[in-house]
Design a protein around this ligand. Structure first.
Ligand SMILES: Cc1cc2nc3c(=O)[nH]c(=O)nc-3n(C[C@H](O)[C@H](O)[C@H](O)COP(=O)(O)O)c2cc1C
Length: 252
């Protein structure tokens, strides 16, 4: 504590006070779109053929992205996990003159404040436990061996899962990386960075036949997950999760 960006930080106060979820009202579906009924509009569907989109592999993946809450009772193979992490949050192919280890996603100021952890809950080949994705070496570091399923499923008790996911991905934010440069506004940037990685996870999963759902919150304070992983909550906080596993055929 005591760093310049931390002094009287409203962002960090906000962060502290939103570690547990509160819901206030039912969602009104009519608030999902904005329409200017009197505007002169261009119909974009006239400017491409549907087949053009469906036949292109990338476009098709984007069109089919969806959240999955039912998974096959099978761990994710390492070759799929490797592609998922490398493509969603690994280093991008470097150009010779590139100074930073830039990633496959955009990050405000190239600060990359998000760290990625994996909790393997079911697997035949991998050690069950908690791993950290080491971006620099493109490796999975086993930081805690053991079965964390009870604690993790308990944290997500109440989530509308139709079966238990074999793997959870957690994002933590390391405040200093971004807030030391951008102050309070940096807090926004960290959340936006996370959204970029999240969309990559969704799209690469879709391409690999993995079903994924983003998880905004568990039933408890997020710090429970910091404790399970073993990170220092003063510097780094878990704030977002994703449940994933192979899709069960024809089930979304
Ligand atoms: C920030 C964020 C938090 C979310 N949290 C949850 C969650 O806790 N549980 C859940 O089942 N889905 C969660 N979702 C997934 C949304 O419910 C889902 O994206 C939305 O219903 C639209 O469905 P689709 O992803 O299939 O298009 C979350 C999505 C986002 C972006």
């Amino acid at each position: 504590m005591g760093k310049e960006y931390e002094k009287q930080s409203l962002a960090l106060l906000f962060h502290e006070n939103t570690k547990k979820i509160n819901t206030f009202e039912e969602f009104d579906i009519n608030t999902q779109y904005k329409i200017y009924p009197n505007a002169c509009s261009i119909n974009l569907s006239d400017y491409y053929n549907r087949e053009e989109l469906v036949e292109d592999e990338l476009f098709n993946v984007i069109l089919n992205r969806a959240s999955t809450r039912r998974w096959a009772d099978k761990g994710i193979e390492l070759n799929d996990l490797a592609k998922l992490l490398r493509l969603s949050c690994g280093k991008r192919l470097l150009k010779e003159d590139e100074k930073y280890a830039c990633r496959t996603y955009a990050s405000a100021g190239a600060r990359y404040p998000i760290e990625v952890y994996l909790v393997i809950l079911k697997s035949k080949k991998m050690n069950i436990g908690i791993y950290h994705y080491n971006v620099f070496e493109n490796s999975l570091e086993l930081i805690k061996k053991g079965d964390f399923s009870k604690k993790v499923y308990e944290f997500y008790d109440g989530q509308p899962f139709k079966s238990q996911p074999p793997c959870i991905i957690f994002f933590s934010m390391m405040f200093e990386r971004t807030m030391s440069k951008y102050g309070e506004r940096g807090y926004r940037f960290m959340l936006i960075d996370a959204g970029h990685i999240g969309q990559n996870l969704y799209l690469v999963s879709e391409r690999l036949g993995i079903g994924i759902v983003e998880l905004g919150a568990g039933i408890n304070n997020d710090e429970i997950i910091d404790e399970i992983i073993g990170i220092n909550s003063n510097y780094e906080n878990v704030f977002l999760g994703f449940a994933l596993g192979y899709k069960e055929r024809n089930i979304k």
